[in-house]
Design a protein around this ligand. Structure first.
Ligand SMILES: *Cc1c(COP(=O)(O)O)cnc(C)c1O
Length: 399
């Protein structure tokens, strides 16, 4: 017999408010699309779907050049980008942004690349002038690639890729430009061809609103050329081997069900309009920031990002006041209100929690999340100026 006298864990009711910065909410039409019977990935009907998805991703990346797709998470596309364009002993320049610039650097070191870091304080980000100076100082052109994270998901700060390109051009530096867009593709503008990005690294489970398990690299002509002389070992990620296949991607079975979802994802994004999608992310991101700025009165939680020109429209990292645990807020939100927030990554664990505002979201979903967080601040006795949700509502209603 079960012991009915013991306190039973509360069973959450109502909809899970999912405010993680990845994975993100999967719209029902995508869930339905993925629930498809198995198909032959060589069949002409599937190839048609495949080509449609291919073209759609190129449109979202704003490129007419090359692409490769992988069964894997964003890390797979990171590794593919590195091993195809670089050789052992090459040096890359990595502007520090946060946990993701650090882990991408770690991956590069592991495969034999020398990483030159351009350090920064995570709350302010690098200065573009410092990047330009570092490139100008490299007169021997030892740096083979500049590897940047467009949207640093651990800190809630983005890096203007157009300015990175301008700094490279001003320094007349021929390095390749590799950009991690895993938490910005389909959320924040990216213009691969216009900004002369050589490799765009993207994943499925953030702005594209799909399950985890598919990743992409947009590849420029210049990067394709570099790949011809790259000597790092590769097989599963080899662009050369992929190019020889009918699918021009995937060494092995093609994840066909992801494609049914991807076609619907692209349809949803283009039905709303890419610019409208960016505007919605900007609107919801600003609503979250107004709420947090309000809370910060009365020594409450504050925006981790201290650089107003680089606030991320897909995720906000909220810094707790000294002595208060961010994990307690996450626990209350999850256990009492069925709201899932992102935790602080790496050294930020316990110090920040993160509100994801990317993907399939609207105003009431964001307001519901903010209201739950504000209640959790009360429940946990965290100082804050009450009424942050009202500040967000006021902003959203004024548009
Ligand atoms: C999520 C994320 C990654 C890691 O991607 P996975 O799909 O989890 O492998 C890398 N970079 C950024 C900026 C991210 O947000």
């Amino acid at each position: 017999m079960p012991d009915t006298s013991a306190p039973q864990p509360k069973k959450p009711r109502g909809r899970l408010f999912f405010a993680n910065p990845g994975p993100t909410n999967i719209p029902e039409s995508i869930l339905h699309a993925i629930g498809h019977h198995a198909v032959d990935f060589h069949a002409p009907e599937f190839m048609k779907l495949y080509e449609e998805c291919w073209d759609g991703i190129l449109r979202i990346m704003k490129t007419t050049q090359h692409m490769f797709m992988y069964t894997g998470s964003g890390h797979a596309a990171w590794e593919a980008a590195i091993v195809n364009v670089l050789s052992a002993g090459d040096t890359v320049l990595v502007p520090e942004t946060g946990v993701f610039s650090e882990s991408w650097s770690g991956m590069m070191r592991d495969v034999g690349i020398t990483v030159q870091k351009l350090p920064c304080d995570w709350q302010h980000g690098i200065e573009i002038a410092a990047l330009q100076a570092a490139l100008a100082a490299d007169t021997a052109h030892t740096i083979k690639a500049v590897c940047v994270v467009q949207n640093e998901t651990s800190t809630g700060m983005f890096l203007p890729v157009d300015q990175v390109r301008a700094a490279m051009d001003a320094a007349k530096h021929p390095a390749l430009l590799l950009v991690d867009t895993i938490s910005s593709l389909g959320c924040i503008d990216l213009r691969m061809d216009e900004w002369k990005v050589d490799v765009v690294v993207g994943g499925s489970q953030k702005g594209l609103m799909l399950p985890t398990g598919m990743a992409f690299t947009g590849v420029s002509d210049k990067a394709m050329k570099a790949s011809e002389t790259s000597t790092l070992p590769k097989h599963y990620f080899s662009w050369k081997a992929m190019s020889a296949r009918k699918q021009r991607s995937f060494i092995g079975t093609v994840p066909t069900n992801q494609f049914f979802g991807l076609r619907e994802s692209i349809r949803l994004i283009e039905e709303e309009g890419l610019d409208e999608v960016f505007a919605r992310h900007a609107r919801l991101g600003e609503a979250v920031r107004r709420c947090v700025r309000h809370w910060s009165g009365n020594n409450g939680p504050s925006l981790f990002c201290q650089n107003p020109s680089r606030e991320s429209n897909s995720v906000t990292a909220v810094l707790m006041p000294d002595g208060f645990d961010a994990e307690a807020i996450r626990r209350t939100c999850s256990q009492q209100y069925n709201v899932s927030l992102g935790g602080g990554l790496g050294k930020l664990n316990g110090k920040v929690f993160r509100i994801g505002h990317l993907g399939d979201l609207n105003e009431p979903m964001i307001l519901g999340t903010l209201a739950a967080v504000e209640m959790a601040l009360r429940v946990n006795g965290v100082p804050h100026a009450a009424g942050g949700v009202g500040a967000a509502m006021e902003y959203l209603a004024s548009l």
